[in-house]
Design a protein around this ligand. Structure first.
Ligand SMILES: [Zn+2]
Length: 134
């Protein structure tokens, strides 16, 4: 026989199964949120290990791509493999495209390429192209 539980739900048995399901679903949500928070904290902490600041990049995929390029170039791979080019204005600086809108900049010196910045294409154009800024 179905009965009405104190919560107002109808059902069979000693306890309301709907309320039990809701409690389980709430607990799951709390756990998921805790996982998301832990994931976010770990992600934010991961930037500390980067040789240059990648926090301005808009998404994780681009950050991972940047890290792959940084690691490859640090490991001695040629920047031309990543379509990198020397700046015409400063031949000691190499610009490697990162997606459509970003660039990784390296300084070519003793011991190879040293990463100096990650910036948007707009910033890069405004600060490094001839005739604009310093
Ligand atoms: Zn109930």
């Amino acid at each position: 026989m179905k009965k009405v539980f104190p919560c107002g739900h109808r059902g069979r048995g000693q306890h309301c199964h709907r309320c039990a399901q809701e409690v389980a679903a709430d607990r799951k949500k709390v756990e998921e949120r805790a996982e998301e928070r832990a994931d976010k904290v770990a992600w934010e902490a991961s930037f500390a290990a980067d040789p240059i600041d990648l926090r301005d990049l808009p998404d994780r995929a681009l950050v991972r791509k940047a890290r792959q390029i940084l690691a490859a170039i640090a490991g001695g791979e040629d920047y031309t493999r990543f379509r990198g080019k020397r700046l015409s204005l400063d031949r000691g600086v190499i610009s490697v495209p990162l997606g459509q809108r970003y660039r990784l900049l390296f300084r070519d010196g003793e011991g190879g390429l040293r990463p100096i910045a990650c910036m948007s294409h707009e910033t890069y154009n405004g600060s490094l192209r001839p005739g604009m800024g310093s």
